[in-house]
Ligand binder design. Structure first.
Ligand code: AMP
Ligand code: MN
Ligand code: MN
Length: 324
């Protein structure tokens, strides 16, 4: 495992190269896209050439971010680039195969992330697991290096941190996080407008999904584990997009007495995606995810594992019970 580089050294990498490909994990969330735009728009303001790639493209729910139209699928043929930068991506595999092919000509791989499970797969790594969001790391890099902070980067960084902290609620939120938010507001961020676009603008089908999930909700007899599931047919029945389930797990995480909330999702190829949230430091869901090849953070982690979903449920719930 290689050591973290310094922000100064990152600055030298930015200065000494011209063309950058910024990438984030598949099924991107606000922190993934927001970190790409936050760093990328700043690099562009320095005169750099920036590609913004995501294996699954831009979710509709984040299309309000200025500059988000720059996010594309990775091109089939690898262009000449100097530096590949992975943002908010716990393992290189989570970038997706298309990204790895598109970035094949990179001379240098940089890995900027906040997942404690990150194995530091870059040539250069900057992993800060104390940061609540990769977006906050990006902000600190820009500040430390005195890089430009265009309005689009400002908005993107705010959304990155807001979405990864449950609107500045989770215990990962620090005084630095609030100082950052205050600085972004001083720079003209319209907090009411951006929160409305992030949180009060869901498609109807998301609430239909919530209804379907609630019909599958179960609580273990001790009341400590709440879980629900989504079968694959719902995807077509409700014309769902991957981002529609984002954040719904917070509904069952919020049940009094619940220590761990779990969302089981049957994926089109037969694999199962597992999302876990813990409310209790003594139950580390990242460690539980790692038992099945997944990862994330102590209080929020995920797995992609083989199906069928009934087997996945049985195994993961047993591991959670053992951990509690
Ligand atoms: P999610 O439940 O998908 O919101 O993910 C919770 C956290 O775990 C996020 O920080 C993800 O980046 C991380 N995560 C999710 N799935 C995986 C996985 N298969 N491997 C590693 N980390 C993951
Ligand atoms: Mn993420
Ligand atoms: Mn993140």
């Amino acid at each position: 495992m290689s050591e973290n580089t310094s922000i100064q050294a990152l600055g030298e990498i930015f200065d000494q190269h011209q063309t950058f490909a910024l990438m984030s994990h598949m099924r991107p969330d606000g922190d993934a896209i927001g970190s790409q735009l936050g760093l990328g728009l700043a690099l562009e303001a320095m005169g750099k050439t920036v590609f913004y790639w995501n294996e699954d493209g831009l979710p509709d729910s984040l299309a309000f971010l200025p500059g988000s139209e720059k996010i594309s699928l990775p091109p089939a043929e690898a262009p000449e680039i100097d530096v590949a930068i992975a943002l908010d991506t716990a393992t290189k595999v989570r970038l997706g195969e298309g990204n790895l092919i598109a970035a094949a000509k990179a001379k240098l791989w940089v890995n900027i992330d906040h997942h404690i499970s990150n194995p530091r797969y870059g040539d250069v790594n900057y992993v800060d697991a104390t940061s609540p969001a990769t977006g906050q790391i990006v902000y600190e890099i820009l500040q430390h290096l005195g890089m430009p902070l265009p309005d689009g980067a400002r908005d993107a960084i705010y959304v990155a941190v807001s979405t990864d902290t449950g609107s500045f609620q989770y215990e990962s939120t620090t005084a630095r996080t609030y100082r950052m938010a205050a600085d972004l507001m001083d720079r003209g961020l319209n907090v009411g407008d951006i929160n409305a676009k992030t949180y009060d603008s869901h498609p109807y089908r998301r609430i239909e999904l919530l209804r379907a999930l609630l019909n599958t909700l179960e609580l273990t007899p001790d009341g400590k584990v709440a879980h629900w599931q989504m079968l694959d047919h719902l995807r077509t029945d409700l014309a769902l997009k991957p981002e529609d389930s984002e954040g719904l797990i917070d509904m069952i995480r919020a049940i009094r007495g619940v220590q761990v909330a779990v969302f089981f999702e049957e994926l089109p190829g037969g694999k199962v995606r597992v999302s876990m949230r813990s409310k209790d430091r003594s139950v580390n869901v990242c460690d539980i995810a790692a038992q099945f090849g997944g990862g994330g953070h102590a209080l929020a982690a995920g797995i992609r594992m083989p199906g069928p979903i009934s087997d996945a449920k049985q195994q993961v719930l047993a591991a959670i019970t053992a951990a509690i």
